[in-house]
Design a protein around this ligand. Structure first.
Ligand code: NAD
Length: 271
């Protein structure tokens, strides 16, 4: 089956499944992104901090897939909240693109107290059409409350750590209530622990799929946007084959009760 598209709060459409490139070294990123585009992925999630924007742009150009058919996200790094306009220009230049589809504040860094200022600079980038949508990542409700009170554009997405064992039900509900789509980072728990859960293996057997496919399908049925990362061609393809089966309500509920917890940093205290 085909990848579904969701519609952002400004009417822009986003493929619900994409390809993430965190921790893919700059000199190794072209191959996996090319493989992803050949497989059918049309959404790439990178960031200035990943150090691989140039290779992502190169892979897009070499792929022959029309630019307008690919949804590209990049992110503003923490050190650049006070110079967001310049940091955006630098990302665009490294990507070699005229626009990005989505530009995000990577982390709120409340200790710096600059995310409102950064977002206001991003609102200008949006008005210029150089980002088709803007949003945030790792924002808790308190950070979003402040942004909604002090800026004009409601973020299109909030990209947060979210996987079975760390379901983020309250923040997902808050996002939805404000017309903000939830993007789930580390959707398969970085491939560790979660994928070895016996209960997950049992469900995978029931539906004749792999644990990774079952977890990604759980996200899709909850309405999350996901972009699993892999540099292994067979896994890049495996993670794409999730639109020709369904989990039933009992299976979704069982996956929602798997044990786990936060893997990454806490946005309130991350530095
Ligand atoms: P992930 O949950 O996508 O897991 C990736 C790892 O799982 C791979 O390195 C590999 O070891 C393993 N894996 C991949 N496919 C598999 C398969 N089919 N079977 C078994 N193992 C498999 O973790 P992630 O890379 O942390 O998250 C995905 C993307 O989310 C990132 O690449 C990045 O784009 C984004 N992200 C954003 C933030 C943020 O702060 N905004 C933080 C982390 C990640």
């Amino acid at each position: 089956g085909d990848v579904p598209y969701l519609t952002l709060n400004n009417g822009v459409r986003i493929p619900q499944l994409g390809f993430g490139v965190w921790q893919v070294p700059a000199d190794e990123v072209v191959g996996p992104v090319r493989t992803a585009l050949e497989t059918g992925y049309r959404h790439i999630d990178t960031a200035a901090a990943y150090g691989n924007e140039e290779g992502v742009g190169q892979a897009i150009r070499e792929s022959g897939v029309p630019r307008e058919d690919i949804f590209v996200t990049t992110k503003l790094w923490n050190a650049d909240h006070g110079r967001a306009a310049d940091a955006f220009d630098a990302s665009l230049k490294r990507l070699g693109l005229d626009y990005v589809d989505l530009y995000l504040i990577h982390w709120p860094r409340p200790d710096q107290d600059l995310y409102v200022q950064a977002y206001q600079a991003m609102e200008k980038v949006l008005a210029e059409g150089r980002a088709k949508a803007i949003g945030v990542s790792n924002f808790h409700q308190s950070h979003l409350d402040r942004l909604l009170a002090e800026t004009d554009i409601v973020p299109a997405v909030n990209q947060i750590e979210l996987h079975p064992g760390f379901n983020q039900d309250a923040l997902r509900a808050y996002n939805a209530q404000h017309g903000i789509l939830t993007e789930a980072w580390s959707p398969i728990g970085q491939g560790q622990g979660l994928l070895d859960e016996p209960q997950l293996a049992a469900i995978a057997d029931e539906v004749g799929r792999t644990p990774a496919q079952v977890v990604l399908r759980w996200h899709i049925q909850l309405g999350n946007i996901v972009f699993p990362k892999s540099v292994t061609p067979s896994r890049i393809r495996e993670n794409f084959e999730i639109f020709d089966f369904e989990l039933n309500d009992d299976q979704v509920a069982a996956i929602s009760t798997l044990p786990g917890g936060r893997i990454g940093a806490n946005p309130d205290t991350a530095t």
